[in-house]
Structures are given as structure tokens and as C-alpha cells.
Design a protein around this ligand. Structure first.
Ligand code: COI
Length: 355
């Protein structure tokens, strides 16, 4: 297949870089962005790395009316020996392809996605903070055709922007408190739950806001029956029981996270009993009461490994860790994952791609 040429236009006005102690998550953007256009007539064209600036978009564009928007979350790391690496970028490309199919959009071909992002990160490499920071990469796909009939957009814009980040949650790497949501629903069978559609995040805002008012950092979503655990929205979840480690199986309503996949692979390589299956919230509460629930944690590109301190809902509350501490297994996984990402531990599972 023909490779899509990517032009490079360097910015002549480089921005001042933020103080690494103020990074937080997603507040600052680098000097350049990657953009490429698609039309059903022309295919992919006009791919380039350009100075970061606002887009001009037609007010009739389909994304603004019918929400054809899909994104990814990836990271680049500056390793201790100076190498710059991307974490499992092909995983994100494949997930974008699957999501684009569900949203009836054309996905960027692999070479445009991977080479475009690598070139972009190279150009803005001075923005990559040292450990514990990283460069968050946000590839995004939107429908841009100006047309108000409800049908798939015949014009697509693919873009990627970069943001130097530290931790996602205000709690930093400490354990967070999570509200188990029993009123609002994130996804139903046949819906968009397995895609990284912007719509999933829009629909989660109300529940997250209400949880925040009650003092909870995030929401744990249940399935349509309000019985089974799904995910947190910003991360997948794992529960460590006495005899097994369980993460909800991917039944079409849960996002298939790259860090989720990596943690499963890591636990398997350690010969630990990791099981992907349906998990009832009642089972978690019963295990806590019996003393067989050891710890729980979330996994995500932004969230990394985030331990869960407390789970609560309308009429119950369980404590899983004291004083924001990580459980023993969460700590071991965190150390291994982060150790591999920053080059302190050998990448035996082949997760990293060097620039
Ligand atoms: C990620 O972890 O990359 C996410 O997309 C979660 C959130 C910041 C939307």
C-alpha cells in the first residue's frame, strides 16, 4: 500500500515550557500537532506536522452535531539513558481502527498513525519530562463534513496533540475513593461502551460531578442490570481476592485498555491467577466482609496503576486500604510497569518502541 507523505512545517514561535511541578494532567500543549484529512473522493491527503494552533472548522461539521469523535490515549517516556520510547503504539492504532468502524469513520492507515506520531514526538521531544512525568499523546478522529442529514461524514480529520503530564488524579499516586454508580449507566449491550468515543465521556460527566460533590474522585460503572462491575471510565479495574485476581471480561460494554492488557500479561508471566470474568459488586462486598478481598486498583494510560482506597454506594461503604497506600500487588505491578517504561527494567514482553 502507498505510504502517505507527511510534510513538516516547524513552528517559529516556540512556547515557554511549564514548570514540571505544575504539570498535572492535560493542561499544557506542545509546539506542534499532526493533522491529516480524508475524503471519500481523495482518500487520505494533506498529512503534516504543523505549528499547534486552533482549527478552522465549518459550523455544519458532523462532529459538532452528531458527535462523530473518537480518540486515543498514549504515552512517550524519556528513559534514564536518554532514549525516547512509545508504549505499545500499535495497540492504540488497532483500537482506533475498531472504534472508527463502530462510528462509521475512516481510520488513518497504520503508517500515517505510527509514523506521524513518532515524527511529532521527535519534533517536540524537548517537552518530554523526566521520570515521573511523561508526554501524553492524544490522537483524535472527527467527522468534518458540513452536512446536516444524519449519515456518516464523508470527510474526516485525524489529528494528534501532545501534552506533558504528571499524575492524572489530584491524589497523585495515592489511593483514591470511588463511588459505585447505581443510577446512571455508562454503556449498554450493543452500544458504544467498547469504543473510545467522545460520547462515552460526555455521558459520564453528570455522574462524575455528583460523585465529586460527595467526595469521590471517580465513578465505578455497573452494567445495565446494576449487578456486574464494568470500569471506571478513566481506567479499567482489578480486584485481588485470596485465590484469584479478577478483572471484568470484555463483553462489548467495556473499553479494552492497553494497560489492562499489559497487566494481565504481566500477571500471567508471574504465574499469578489472573481471570477475566463477569464480577458482581455483591461478590466484592461479600469478599470484603469475609476478609478474602485483599486490594483493588485501576489501570489506564493516564491513571497508570491507581489503588482504590474506598468503594461506596447509596447504602454501603467498604475500605480497601488505609491512608492512601498502595496494596502489595498494586505496588509490585506499578514498580514493574514504570520500571519498564523508564528503562530501569528489561522490556521482556516487547512493549516499547524506540524513536
Ligand atoms: C487515557 O488513559 O488515556 C484516557 O483516555 C483516560 C482519560 C484521560 C479520558
Amino acid at each position: 500500500m502507498k505510504m502517505i507523505p507527511i510534510t513538516i512545517e516547524k513552528s517559529t514561535h516556540l512556547k515557554a515550557k511549564p514548570d514540571v511541578n505544575t504539570l498535572g494532567f492535560g493542561k499544557y500543549f506542545t509546539d506542534h500537532m499532526l493533522t491529516a484529512k480524508f475524503t471519500t473522493q481523495k482518500g487520505w491527503f494533506d498529512a503534516g506536522i504543523r505549528p499547534y494552533k486552533p482549527f478552522e472548522i465549518d459550523p455544519g461539521a458532523s462532529v459538532l452535531h452528531y458527535g462523530q469523535a473518537l480518540f486515543e490515549g498514549m504515552k512517550a517516556f524519556r528513559q534514564k539513558n536518554g532514549k525516547i520510547v512509545l508504549f505499545r503504539p500499535e495497540f492504540n492504532w488497532k483500537r482506533m481502527v475498531a472504534g472508527a468502524d463502530r462510528l462509521c469513520m475512516e481510520a488513518p492507515p497504520e503508517d500515517l498513525f505510527l509514523n506521524g506520531i513518532k515524527e511529532l514526538v521527535k519534533i517536540d521531544k524537548d517537552w518530554i519530562p523526566e521520570q515521573p512525568g511523561s508526554l501524553y499523546i492524544r490522537p483524535t478522529l472527527i467527522g468534518t463534513e458540513a452536512f446536516l442529514g444524519v449519515r456518516p461524514s464523508e470527510e474526516i480529520l485525524f489529528f494528534a496533540i501532545l501534552s506533558p503530564v504528571s499524575s492524572y488524579y489530584a491524589e497523585g499516586a495515592s489511593a483514591i475513593n470511588i463511588w459505585v454508580e447505581t443510577e446512571y449507566l455508562r454503556a449498554a449491550p450493543g452500544g458504544l461502551g467498547a469504543t473510545k468515543a467522545g460520547a462515552n465521556y460526555a455521558s459520564s460527566l453528570k455522574a462524575a460531578l455528583e460523585a465529586k460533590k460527595k467526595g469521590y474522585a471517580q465513578v465505578l460503572w455497573l452494567d445495565y442490570s446494576r449487578e456486574h462491575i464494568e470500569e471506571v471510565g478513566t481506567m479499567n479495574v482489578f480486584f485481588v481476592f485470596e485465590n484469584e485476581i479478577v478483572t471484568p471480561s470484555l463483553d462489548g460494554t467495556i473499553l479494552s485498555g492497553g494497560v489492562r492488557r499489559s497487566v494481565i500479561d504481566l500477571l500471567k508471566s508471574w504465574n499469578l491467577p489472573i481471570v477475566e470474568r463477569k464480577l458482581k459488586i455483591s461478590e466484592v462486598i461479600a469478599a470484603k466482609n469475609k476478609g478474602t478481598l485483599k486490594e483493588a486498583f485501576g489501570t489506564g494510560t493516564a491513571a497508570v496503576i491507581t489503588p482504590i482506597q474506598e468503594l461506596a454506594s447509596k447504602d454501603w461503604k467498604i475500605k480497601l486500604s488505609a491512608n492512601g497506600q498502595k496494596g502489595e500487588l498494586s505496588q509490585r505491578i506499578y514498580d514493574e510497569l514504570v520500571g519498564i517504561q523508564y528503562g530501569h527494567i528489561e522490556d521482556k514482553l516487547g512493549w516499547l518502541q524506540e524513536l
